[in-house]
Write a protein that binds this ligand. Sequence first.
Ligand SMILES: Nc1ncnc2c1ncn2[C@@H]1O[C@H](COP(=O)(O)OP(=O)(O)O)[C@@H](O)[C@H]1O
Ligand SMILES: [Mg+2]
Length: 260
Amino acid sequence: MSTVIAITNQKGGVGKTTTSSALLAALKQRGAHVLGIDLDPQGSLGFCLGLDIESCATIYDVMRGDKPVREVILETDSGDILPSNILLSGAELEFNRPGREFLLKSQLDELQDEYDFIIIDTPPALNVLTVNAYVAADSLIIPMAPEILSLLGVSQIRETIDTVRRHYNSRLRVLGILLNKFNPRLNLNREVLELSEQIAEQLDSKVFESKIRASVSVAEAPAHGESVIGYAPHSKPALDFQSLVDELWGRQFPLPDDSD
Ligand SMILES: Nc1ncnc2c1ncn2[C@@H]1O[C@H](COP(=O)(O)OP(=O)(O)O)[C@@H](O)[C@H]1O
Ligand SMILES: [Mg+2]
């Protein structure tokens, strides 16, 4: 059985795609079989990992039932990827039949035995694509930028989670809030931490101990078609993502020994 995690926040620029690619790469490095699914019509996950997303078949073809899911999966250094591109932006209008919330889940059920982890990158919206991600997932990770203003607005995510739990997927839970672009000197103020802890509490969850520090290597990595884990393994954010994996699955997926 795969563990399916959606990386979600209806705000853009908080680090959803960065977190998705880093988790994929870190888990793959530890020997897990991983699949990343891009549900954002901007196609950033595949693009950042070096795929030519303009010309390939995508998750859109799979959700429409036009292509078998296995035919659309592409290999990258950071794991297998089901890419997306701008064609997926018509989903809200096009996927309008009953059962539209299950389009992704029904495809993933076929892959359950092939992957240890399936990580879903989501769009900066709470729409039919987000709901498809929440229905297919076991759990959610919510990256946030540690500034007071960007921490507001979580009540909308909570409503979406509650709706999905009530109607489609009662086992959905929030693994935690991930503070990203974290500057320990500037950001570690009580207000930010207290507010993020309050938000986590509202979601029956917690703020991860691991916080992802800011570094230019995160912005540079996509130009090399790699996650920050592959591009700059010793950078602060790469080390922080490794400690997040330790925090979540430490004993199950130990870091490979540096000496081998
Ligand atoms: N820890 C970090 N340090 C520096 N830049 C970051 C960090 N996390 C994300 N970024 C930058 O912020 C921008 C938004 O990140 P991204 O992962 O694309 O967010 P989202 O998918 O939520 O829109 C990108 O330009 C990315 O390079
Ligand atoms: Mg993104």
